[in-house]
Design a protein around this ligand. Structure first.
Ligand code: TYD
Length: 217
């Protein structure tokens, strides 16, 4: 009995370690990142962190795909975009009504969605599945927060953009923030399924895995 418990416990531990080490996330270099020649730079950052790309493709997404990727029919998600857009006004003398013509979160979110769909189709994107320890959080950290002018230096969005919703929304365009990364495990699973449905996700080891994770006696 005791032996079995130990075995079960070991199996559980091994399973947990395996799932943490092989966590997968979806990420994407958006059209501005591709057209600015930043594909190599962004992938370099992912690889430098010890993560590996296990699937990758370049496409111009259809409107249908973008609408499935972003939950554009979820009113709460759309209103959250409006709230984020208002955050971009912090420190400015303008009210949301002055700047965007409305202070209603949902209305503001709706107009962001229109420009977001145009932006995401303005050129090719590079879609990827990335794998590694805590890949979801790690790639979000590499990306930095949504609004580039608030993103820390050292992050993809902070190093390569200063764009802000104040400017973008007044100009009637999306924020150009270069990169997308899944926010949580449910989003990662759905996005991998959506973008790589039925496609091969590769399984391989990195040469430096042994050095990074072996025991030294
Ligand atoms: P969101 O899912 O909130 O952010 P993230 O990409 O960090 O997960 O927003 C989706 C995209 O909407 C975001 O990457 C850029 C765009 N966006 C705008 O174009 N204008 C805005 O005012 C906001 C808030 C977002």
């Amino acid at each position: 009995m005791a032996k079995n418990t130990t075995k079960d416990y070991d199996a559980k531990l091994n399973k947990t370690v395996f799932s943490v080490k092989h966590q997968r996330t979806f990420c994407m270099i958006k059209p501005d990142g591709v057209m600015r020649g930043l594909i190599g730079e962004i992938i370099r950052r992912i690889e430098k962190a010890g993560l590996k790309v296990v699937a990758m493709k370049m496409i111009i997404p259809t409107e249908e795909l973008i609408k499935k990727h972003y939950p554009t029919s979820d009113e709460a998600w759309v209103a959250r975009l409006g709230v984020k857009a208002k955050k971009g006004l912090e420190g400015s003398p303008l009210t949301a009504k002055d700047a965007y013509g409305t202070d209603n979160d949902k209305e503001l979110g709706d107009s962001v969605v229109v420009s977001l769909i145009q932006y995401m189709q303005s050129g090719p994107v590079v879609a990827m599945v990335v794998e590694g320890i805590q890949a979801i959080n790690m790639v979000r950290k590499l990306a930095g927060p949504t609004l580039p002018f608030m993103a820390e230096m050292g992050t993809i969005r902070g190093d390569f953009s200063v764009d802000s919703p104040l400017v973008a929304n007044i100009e009637g365009r999306s924020i150009h923030n270069l990169f997308h990364a899944s926010e949580n495990p449910v989003e990662a699973e759905n996005e991998i399924k959506l973008w790589f449905d039925g496609e091969i996700i590769c399984d391989y080891s990195l040469g430096n895995d042994d050095i990074m994770y072996c025991k030294h006696y």
